[in-house]
Design a binder for this molecule. Structure first.
Ligand SMILES: [Cu+2]
Length: 295
């Protein structure tokens, strides 16, 4: 990273692990340096006027005020730079994130459902089809209310607190919530989005570094908010296939969604991996935004 990264590091920004993250970092760095420069400039100007226009030198007020046009030019320059930042960088970057979703081919689609105080992850399984969910079927062992009579639901993968995705493949996350407004935040991936009951909110990222990263809730969502954490594991393609195979077998043998820990209980970190790769499911993410979620 360039020296511009000093401010991001000083503020505790974790290392970037996503494809687009450097763009977010660059604009954050530039804004912080720009605001720091403005702060120092205005502070020096403030001190200057306190001394220059002190009572000892100007016992009576000058009601005519400033006659020079320098301050007008200065203020116009600041407004111009801020407008360029907003219109030239911030809004186009935001627009690319929300309008230019990756093509559905080769994309991983995950449903993420927040609840007090855990994250549920729902993958479609080898058939590539998400099973039906019904709020009346929600229980401790079936946190998403998957319908066990729906053939598409039998191989669905549901995990609590831990998600695996392969490296270098775009991931589309569709967010919803079971109770209050949460915020699905992946600091290392430089994405965050609100999980709102009754809505299905899409966002996406492409992980570029293998590892285990923290998922946090970015909205104060209740007394247990501080503990609403999870992990996203960025696997090699082989490890991801092994994890999929393991979880799909678990789902298939139970003829029902896999058992998950009770809400409020954090799952053990690091899912065991098997050696044999399995066929990759054909995930078919819908073009965002999609219809409202049942949960
Ligand atoms: Cu939360």
């Amino acid at each position: 990273m360039s020296s511009l990264a000093l401010i991001n590091e000083f503020l505790g920004q974790p290392p970037n692990a996503s494809e687009h993250g450097y763009q977010i970092d660059h604009i954050l760095e530039f804004c912080h340096w720009f605001m720091g420069t403005l702060f120092i400039g205005w502070s020096l100007f403030f001190i200057f006027v306190l001394i220059r226009f002190r009572k000892g030198r100007h016992p009576s007020a000058d009601h005519a005020g400033v006659r020079s046009g320098i301050s007008t030019h200065l203020e116009f320059s600041v407004v111009l730079i801020e407008a360029v930042l907003l219109l030239g960088f911030a809004i186009p970057l935001w627009a690319r994130r929300v309008n230019e979703f990756p093509p559905t081919k080769d994309t991983i689609l995950v449903h993420v459902v927040g609840q007090q105080f855990n994250w549920n992850f729902h993958l479609p399984g080898p058939d590539g089809q998400f099973g039906r969910r019904d709020v009346s079927l929600v229980s401790n062992s079936n946190p998403l209310g998957l319908d066990p009579n729906d053939p598409a639901a039998k191989d669905d993968i549901v995990t609590l607190g831990e998600l695996h995705v392969p490296v270098n493949r775009p991931v589309i996350v569709e967010l919803s919530s079971k109770d209050v407004i949460h915020n699905f935040c992946l600091p290392h991936m430089r994405i965050a989005g609100d999980a709102i009951p009754g809505s299905l909110i899409p966002m996406w990222f492409t992980p570029i570094k293998i590892g285990t990263y923290e998922v946090i809730c970015g909205q104060l969502c209740g007394l247990g908010h501080y503990g609403m954490k999870g992990t996203v594991v960025i696997d090699t393609p082989e490890d991801y296939q092994a994890w999929l195979k393991e979880r799909a077998e678990l789902a298939g043998t139970q003829n029902a969604p896999p058992t998950a820990p009770a809400p409020g209980q954090q799952p053990p970190g690091g899912a065991p991996k098997t050696e044999q790769p399995a066929a990759q499911p054909e995930n078919k993410p819908a073009a965002p935004p999609t219809s409202p979620s049942p949960l």
